[in-house]
Ligand binder design. Structure first.
Ligand SMILES: [Zn+2]
Length: 71
């Protein structure tokens, strides 16, 4: 899996999609910046080893519950 590390805030991202999500503001108005940790969490990102979309964790959790129900 390709990890994207941000040159500005040095956070690492598990996908280009999650990397893009943490950048906000406008290039033309020169307000381009990184989201803060709180803002990233509010945007649906979560951090385990790297930042990624929180949905991934939810899927892991439901998979685990499903396997426990079978066992
Ligand atoms: Zn950044």
């Amino acid at each position: 899996m390709a990890i994207s590390v941000c040159a500005a805030c040095h956070e690492s991202f598990a996908s280009l999609g999650s990397f893009d999500k943490h950048r906000t503001g406008s290039f033309s108005q020169r307000t381009r910046r990184c989201l803060s940790v709180d803002e990233m969490q509010a945007a649906g990102l979560t951090k385990s080893r790297h930042w990624h979309f929180a949905e991934v964790n939810i899927n892991f959790g439901s998979l685990r519950k499903a396997s426990q129900a079978v066992a």
